[in-house]
Design a protein around this ligand. Sequence first.
Ligand SMILES: Nc1ncnc2c1ncn2[C@@H]1O[C@H](COP(=O)(O)OP(=O)(O)OP(=O)(O)O)[C@@H](O)[C@H]1O
Length: 255
Amino acid sequence: MEALLEVQGLCKTFKQGEMTFHALKNVNLKVNKGEFVVVMGPSGSGKSTFLHVLGGLEPLTSGKIMIERQEIKDFHEEPHATRYRREKIGFVFQFFNLLASLTAVENISLPLVLAGRSEVEANREAACLLELVGLRGFERRRPAELSGGQQQRVALARGLVHRPQLLLADEPTGSLDSKTSEDVLRVIVQMKKTLNQSIIMVTHDPMVATYGDRIVFFRDGSIVGEMDGSGSEDRRDRSLVIYDRLHSLNEDKTA
Ligand SMILES: Nc1ncnc2c1ncn2[C@@H]1O[C@H](COP(=O)(O)OP(=O)(O)OP(=O)(O)O)[C@@H](O)[C@H]1O
């Protein structure tokens, strides 16, 4: 399998007055093309910080991030950061962050328009993505006229419209009920297959984690273990195993 992303010795510190807080400590991770990696761990273990650094939203302190064996140098500084984010990375967050005054198609096409593509071309691409996430016919709806799951599917289409190599998803189903979460996850897995994207997704929910190919566990800013997703195993059985592992990480933390 060919690696898309390689993270080596990644460290991230935050200055808090006189003190230095180590949010990420020597993180190493390889993600293959088309692989869906889930990140789990106790609250404060560095999961969101990891996504933010990977996505160029936060500068790294030390270490290397490589995409297709090319080191992404200085991508946290403008204008490289914006270009890196616009070309290589797609984001989906817990709160869909759709613009209320724009239609579904306009929300999806916005990243392309901002990147300088013509409106006609951008809207054509956006309509194509909207169809891929199963929302054909909803082109002209505004966010308030869509359900939570439909809004998240629009947000997913927006995150993928520029065909990024890597999709970073931070609790994308965190504000959805379990049935709607399943629908969105199925769409994510389907999109991954269609577009051969790599995905890194943070979640607290063991059932959601079963959709990944691989789960990595963070604790205190480091990766402390990993396991496979459900594969052909029953999703419920696998989620119990994941729950157990997560629980033991939480227990170790308080021990
Ligand atoms: N901008 C910042 N300044 C100082 N400390 C920060 C900053 N951002 C995050 N941290 C700290 O880094 C640690 C990791 O935070 P992060 O948000 O990555 O954790 P998390 O695993 O995503 O947690 P949760 O599951 O609660 O969302 C926390 O202790 C947090 O307080």
